[in-house]
Design a protein around this ligand. Structure first.
Ligand code: ATP
Length: 319
């Protein structure tokens, strides 16, 4: 394989640039020509395909977001859109594609692979919701962003002796809430995977008050319900006033942590190796801290599960 391309698709995530850099430089180290496709599948269908060199990925490993930009495209889900995409790749004699994105992006990649175009996926999303890999690119940075925010909220919570309800991202997955809640010392962590009992949440708050506790922080994953609803429930259940903070898109940005830079570098290089070996229709992920190669089909049929031991640990430590 002499010519390959890379694109980023769906929500951006810190560490995507490290992965792009690794794809480009690994490819070049094999004597390949490597192209960057701008604006995801939308840009691919329009032919926004530019040659990359060693220098074009210089000074990006530390940057959040994606230098290739990202997009969502309904047209790419159609047969016509996919044929246009393949025609654009073929016009440039590109023989393989690395797609960095989430589950939806992989479905698009699988469609290209089904049409005979070699494609490898790298899981890039802060949500950590992709089956077949224990961690996704951007998750670690997002968790660190959240705990930085929790630490700051804790200062004001302590000063004013207040209860804060903090809503974090993750869509249907509770991992950001769980990891950030545990490492940020939250009093309660509410995640979509486990039903919560509001009586237990308020009991913890009231017991804390009795012990003279100066502040409390409750982390709620966006997949549970809006934080404002939790605040209302606490008021109705225990008559306690709370302050609500919705962290929002700040969680998607920022300079990637060392972990995400490493992850992007490892997965990017491996994706190129797989294309070179003639593999297709697969995701590169991490299992037991080693690189794992997983068929897209298994990613789609799998289910990401949270670590219940960690959830219980969070409960037992926040007494
Ligand atoms: P994130 O988790 O950050 O949202 P994602 O990759 O899951 O990332 P999506 O919006 O679901 O984000 O998908 C990105 C793009 O991939 C879509 O805009 C579309 O172009 C393509 N895509 C999604 N689902 C399919 C599908 N079933 N078939 C073909 N292409 C798809």
């Amino acid at each position: 394989m002499q010519k390959i391309a890379v694109l980023t698709s769906g929500g951006d995530a810190p560490g995507m640039n490290a992965a792009i850099r690794a794809v480009v430089r690994r490819g070049i180290s094999y004597g390949m020509e490597v192209y960057g496709i701008y604006h995801g599948y939308a840009g691919l269908m329009e032919g926004q395909i530019e040659p990359m060199n060693v220098g074009s990925v210089g000074d990006i490993i530390q940057r959040g977001g994606t230098i290739l930009h990202s997009s969502r495209s309904e047209k790419f889900k159609t047969e016509e859109g996919q044929q246009e995409a393949i025609a654009q790749l073929k016009a440039k004699e590109i023989e393989g594609l690395v797609v960095i994105g989430g589950d939806g992006s992989f479905r698009g990649a699988q469609n290209l692979a089904d049409k005979g175009f070699p494609t490898i996926g790298i899981p890039g999303t802060i949500d950590n919701d992709i089956p077949g890999t224990e961690v996704t690119l951007g998750f670690d940075t997002a968790v660190n962003t959240v705990i930085e925010a929790i630490d700051k909220i804790r200062d004001t919570a302590t000063s004013h002796e207040r209860i804060f309800v903090v809503e974090v991202m993750g869509r249907h997955c509770g991992d950001i809430a769980l990891w950030a809640g545990l490492s940020g010392g939250a009093e309660s962590i509410l995640i979509p995977e486990v039903d919560f009992d509001m009586k237990e949440v308020t009991y913890r708050l009231l017991e804390g008050n009795k012990r003279g506790k100066k502040h409390s922080i409750i982390i709620v994953a966006e997949g549970v319900c809006p934080a404002a609803e939790i605040a209302q429930m606490i008021k109705e259940e225990a008559g306690l006033e709370t302050r609500v903070t919705v962290l929002g898109h700040v969680q998607r940005g920022g300079s990637p942590t060392a972990f995400d830079r490493m992850l992007g570098s490892r997965l990017g290089a491996k994706a190129v190796d797989l294309l070179r070996e003639g593999q297709t229709g697969k995701m590169v992920g991490i299992q037991r801290n080693r690189i794992a190669v997983v068929d897209f089909a298994d990613v789609f049929s799998g289910k990401h599960s949270i670590d219940l031991d960690m959830y219980e640990l969070g409960k037992s430590l926040s007494i």
